[in-house]
Design a binder for this molecule. Structure first.
Ligand SMILES: [Zn+2]
Length: 137
């Protein structure tokens, strides 16, 4: 199976985003959510862009998403790198709540816009990278 994360460096140690990279330790994907208006924030920010509240905290999402768009990377950035799917997925929790990620667990030519996927985590470099696999149909 293709492994787009094999040579990926560790994420930055930004305190605001640290929860995101550790969230997968219990298998649950989390984003910041505003405690005042309910707006989901990604990428992380210290204030809600909707109501400017600083009352934001990590909250779990279902982990189910839809492939919004994708591309197939064929450039071997590191020796031996196989082609992989680089995708933007959108979550049902909020219109426009999207994550740039990888779709894995199926042949790269089977990925489709609108496909239902769910989160999985790859534990590497002291971080849990969220990736997405096709929902069983
Ligand atoms: Zn808000």
């Amino acid at each position: 199976m293709q492994d787009p994360l094999l040579h990926r460096p560790a994420p930055s140690d930004d305190p605001l985003g640290r929860f995101f990279w550790q969230s997968g330790a219990d298998g649950v994907l989390r984003f910041l959510r505003c405690g005042d208006c309910g707006y989901w924030l990604h990428p992380p920010s210290s204030r809600c862009p909707q109501c400017l509240s600083a009352n934001v905290a990590p909250q779990p999402v279902s982990g189910r998403a839809t492939v919004h768009t994708f591309t197939i990377n064929v450039q071997p950035w590191t020796p031996g790198q196989e082609p992989y799917v680089y995708a933007i997925v959108e979550f049902p929790e909020q219109d426009g709540l999207r994550l740039t990620t990888n779709v894995v667990g199926c042949p790269i030519d089977e990925v489709r816009i609108g496909q239902q996927v769910r989160v999985a985590f790859v534990d590497r470099n002291d971080a849990y990278y969220p990736v997405f696999v096709p929902e069983a149909t």
